[in-house]
Design a protein around this ligand. Sequence first.
Ligand SMILES: NC(=O)C1=CN([C@@H]2O[C@H](COP(=O)(O)OP(=O)(O)OC[C@H]3O[C@@H](n4cnc5c(N)ncnc54)[C@H](OP(=O)(O)O)[C@@H]3O)[C@@H](O)[C@H]2O)C=CC1
Ligand SMILES: [Mg+2]
Length: 341
Amino acid sequence: MAAIYQAVHRRASSLFCRLHSTYVRKMRYLNELKEDDSLCRQAQTSGTFYLFHNLFPFLQKVGNKYLVPQLSAAEMKTILEKFKETEQWIEKSVLIGCSDEHVPHFAVDLGALEKSVIESELKGAFTDLQKALFIVDEKDSSVLASAQSLLRWHDSHQYCSKSGQPTQKNVAGSKRVCHASGITYYPQTSPVVITLVSDGSRCLLSRQPSFPPGMFSALSGFCDVGENVEETVRREVAEEVGLEVESLRYSASQHWPFPSSCLMIACHALVRAQQTEISMNSQELEAARWFGLEEVVEGLKREPRSSKQDNGSYLPWFPPKQAIAHQLICEWVEQQTSPPA
Ligand SMILES: NC(=O)C1=CN([C@@H]2O[C@H](COP(=O)(O)OP(=O)(O)OC[C@H]3O[C@@H](n4cnc5c(N)ncnc54)[C@H](OP(=O)(O)O)[C@@H]3O)[C@@H](O)[C@H]2O)C=CC1
Ligand SMILES: [Mg+2]
């Protein structure tokens, strides 16, 4: 009977492999790990681990490159044996993805352990994500951003907001449950619109007081409850610079981990060429003005370091390529310079 079952299972699996792409199989496997605690616990023994310490990811510098090491379960054990309560740390890990070959990847925050011991053992450093995102490879930066957001969410959702009792994470970390109230909590992300406003020949860029000196970016704002993307774009543009959006076009989206998990929804918006007088909301912005094509092209070439002038003022520069604001600005330049279809 068992042999028949195994043969049927093997045929079904091979049919599944032939029918589905690597991507589909990977997504189905990840979903199984989220749903099945014992499968996920087993996966932890063959998975790899990204390390964090109080939400700072662990990086290693090799030559002039910054790498994000993944530790095997055995390497994790060796490190954790230097401390007490080894098992407890594996329990705290959260699933963040898997390879095409179904090797699961986890992230774990070792914040309560002595940082310097881990750093010297593994020859690297826990680095602020605000810096790490811009020095590692693009693929690694998106893994670090989502891993940190998930770890941050678990850290700040230890208790049920209705019963005040502790919540418990499932093994994958895709949810937390309060057994007293019966409420299941899922990781949250806040939708934010980021809008590059144009009047047809110029684009509008602004500065928040918290930006580094000289940096200008597109307008941004959190979606209010009940709003759709179009309504948020129109409201934010009206609130921040006093202009009315005539039309808008969706461009792309990006997960952004600051200040906590945001889903950035990037749009281009057009205002009437006759109604372009800016009335800046100085509670939110420090500067807002129109930029011509030439100034934008120059700003894109400028490095933050080279933007400071002798008189102490700064020439404008724009967010780096990792930020979706950069993509919006590049698309606008392309649109201005390409001949009409
Ligand atoms: N990747 C990219 O290219 C860019 C990303 N961003 C990101 O977009 C996000 C939002 O942009 P920003 O212009 O500051 O937004 P807003 O213009 O909406 O202003 C931010 C203020 O809104 C309030 N607020 C409302 N809802 C939330 C929420 N869910 N979480 C936190 N604060 C909220 C807070 O004010 P209070 O606490 O006083 O009530 C906060 O200080 C930022 O986190 C920023 O990192 C911005 C620009 C470029
Ligand atoms: Mg804003």
